[in-house]
Design a protein around this ligand. Structure first.
Ligand code: NDP
Length: 446
């Protein structure tokens, strides 16, 4: 039974934002698991804490005009959702994808707020992006788009106010163009953007951080439950930044990576996917994963991204897009004996899929905890920028591993205290929320 205050706020949210289904889905997942907290803290209701928490502090919407290589003008929409700054400057990536809407960025910013809190670092939550599609655009077109976007965004960001980074469609190339324009406009070097290149203030291990962190947390979750990751067979969705480096760390942990996907289809290679080939195709050439069998000389390709969840595996690691793993896919994975699921992407499992995994006793780590490694190393990049120092790869990677282990301890302890021992979804939501709530209460009711 949901706490009455939570039920009221959720119902108001559902009628006000009926046109933002992803935001409502994320809010529902989070709010319903907070009931034990609100039962113990009636002062939160008196302070209107939840009504304040579910509304972003600020939303910026602006047009981004740009000119293609043929001289034609285009206009895209861009957003920055500054969701919550109670525990630090807004922090969260920028997404460039045709599906981007305000509702999707609000869901991402809400999740980011709890995720950043879980890292233990002083980071608020935000998210931004545009419906611009970098696919099929030349480098010069992407550059002109990024520069035009920054012409507006620069007024709203800064090392102590709001610090964007990459996300889907925003990798090293886009960050370079965005940062270059920010610097031209402000004459400031430093920490207003993370994910920077190593030659201009980036951190070692930032590229790998989300994927490596995902596997450190998965390993911690398995060990805590008496299982050994070594020798397990894993299926990954996506073949972008998160998926590729998660698969790389998994291989180092002795896991056999048998499948990966992109938005059009998936590859299945029982011998173990050759990640150098995937990196060459997807990161260097921006090609299709369908090219893998011919290039690697082994494995098979099948059309349809969701087919990847039909494969029998021990570990399922969704690392692509929200709602990519639905109830049907979850049922199939369970029937095929999956033992653990950890979300590399943000909200890749539908509410139905999550419930099925939890009911079946499959270990399940939600994205707020499982993919927090990226933002954690972004925070380390900010620290290095402030110090004017560059730490070695091993130092950053070691810190990342410690942070992910600490996050698992936190969500596991919180699950035991407030929910059931293996409910790591509730553990992450409650632990992330409590810190933000405490900071908001301390800072007064405005
Ligand atoms: P990338 O743009 O690097 O890669 C995205 C990958 O997902 C591509 O391989 C893309 O395929 C694939 N994809 C897109 N839509 C689908 C779909 N419907 N089904 C299957 N595959 C699909 O993004 P990232 O790796 O950076 O991000 C992936 C996820 O991880 C996102 O949810 C993001 O929010 C989350 N995340 C990212 C962090 C980071 O540090 N980058 C940090 C924390 C979370 P194609 O090439 O065909 O488009």
């Amino acid at each position: 039974m949901a706490n009455a205050y939570i039920a009221r706020v959720l119902s108001e949210l559902e009628s006000r934002y009926y046109h933002e289904p992803e935001f409502l889905q994320a809010a529902r997942e989070m709010l319903l698991s907070l009931s034990p907290v609100f039962d113990q803290h009636p002062e939160f209701e008196r302070a209107g804490l939840l009504e304040r928490f579910v509304e972003p502090e600020r939303v910026l919407i602006f047009r981004v005009p740009w000119v293609d290589d043929a001289g034609r003008a285009h206009v895209n929409r861009a957003y920055r959702v500054q969701f919550n700054s109670a525990i630090g400057p807004y922090k969260g990536g920028l997404r460039f994808h045709p599906s981007v809407t305000l509702g999707i960025l609000k869901f991402l910013a809400l999740e980011q707020t709890l995720k950043n809190s879980l890292t233990g670092m002083p980071l608020g939550g935000g998210k931004g992006g545009s419906d611009f599609d970098p696919k099929g655009k030349s480098d010069n077109e992407v550059m002109r788009f990024c520069q035009s976007m920054m012409n507006e965004l620069y007024r709203h960001i800064g090392a102590d106010t709001d610090v964007p980074a990459g996300d889907v469609g925003v990798g090293a190339r886009e960050i370079g163009y965005l940062y270059g324009q920010f610097k031209r406009l402000t004459a400031l070097n430093g920490g207003a953007i993370t994910g920077k290149g190593l030659s201009y203030g980036g951190s070692q291990a930032r590229t790998e951080a989300t994927g490596y962190g995902l596997m450190y947390l998965t390993d911690a979750m398995l060990r805590h439950n008496g299982m050994d990751i070594q020798g397990m067979r894993a299926v990954f969705s996506g073949s972008g930044n998160v998926s590729i480096y998660a698969a790389e760390k998994a291989a180092q942990q002795g896991v056999r990576v048998i499948a990966m996907s992109d938005s059009l289809g998936f590859i299945h290679d029982e011998a173990g996917v050759d990640l150098n080939v995937v990196k060459q195709i997807k990161l260097k050439e921006r090609g299709r994963i369908s090219e893998y069998p011919a290039r690697a000389g082994r494995g098979a390709y099948r059309e349809g991204a969701s087919g990847v969840w039909e494969l029998a595996c021990d570990l399922a690691l969704p690392c692509a897009m929200q709602n990519e793993l639905d109830g049907r896919s979850a049922a199939r994975l369970i029937a095929n004996g999956v033992r653990a699921v950890a979300e590399g992407a943000n909200m890749p499992c539908t509410l139905e899929a999550t419930a099925l995994f939890q009911d079946a006793g499959v270990l399940f780590a939600s994205g707020k905890a499982a993919n927090a490694g990226g933002v954690a190393v972004s925070a380390l990049e900010m620290s290095q920028n402030s110090q004017r120092l560059s730490w070695r790869f091993d130092a950053v990677d070691g810190e990342l591993r410690d942070i992910m282990n600490r996050i698992f301890d936190t969500i596991s302890r919180t699950a035991r205290q407030y929910a059931t021992p293996q409910d790591y979804v509730a553990g992450a939501n409650i632990a992330g929320f409590l810190k933000v709530a405490e900071a908001m209460m301390a800072q007064g009711q405005v």
